[in-house]
Design a protein around this ligand. Structure first.
Ligand code: FES
Length: 114
């Protein structure tokens, strides 16, 4: 089981925005959807764009490089059913945001079994 890793303060990512962070060996796209936190692998599987710096609209995060879109709740690409980012657990405590990496420190972008 992975440990919780502090990746941001809550005020660094206001509602309706996303940010890019590093946790362990992963790039993380941290999103605040109306006060609910979500985290997915932050390297875009297209060409490695920084998803966390993209535009968040509702639960859809758009890669800033070529526009691929992912749902930050499910990690799924909005069009391709086989393209999916790993989703990580997130919690906020005392104004600090923590992530627990799914599958430990595996390679970014790998879909989790089950
Ligand atoms: S690198 Fe993300 S859409 Fe191309």
């Amino acid at each position: 089981m992975s440990e919780w890793i502090e990746i941001a303060t809550a005020d660094e990512c206001p509602p309706g925005t996303s940010i890019e962070r590093v946790a362990g060996d992963r790039m993380i796209a941290l999103a605040n959807v109306d006060g609910r936190w979500h985290a997915i692998d932050g390297l875009c599987p297209h060409q490695g764009g920084p998803l966390g710096t993209g535009r968040l609209c509702g639960t859809v995060l758009t890669c800033p490089w070529h526009g691929w879109q992912f749902d930050v709740v499910t990690g799924r690409h909005t069009i391709s059913p086989t393209t999916r980012q790993t989703v990580h657990e997130v919690r906020e405590e005392g104004g600090r945001v923590y992530v627990r990496l799914a599958g430990g420190y595996a390679a970014a972008g790998m879909e989790q079994p089950g």
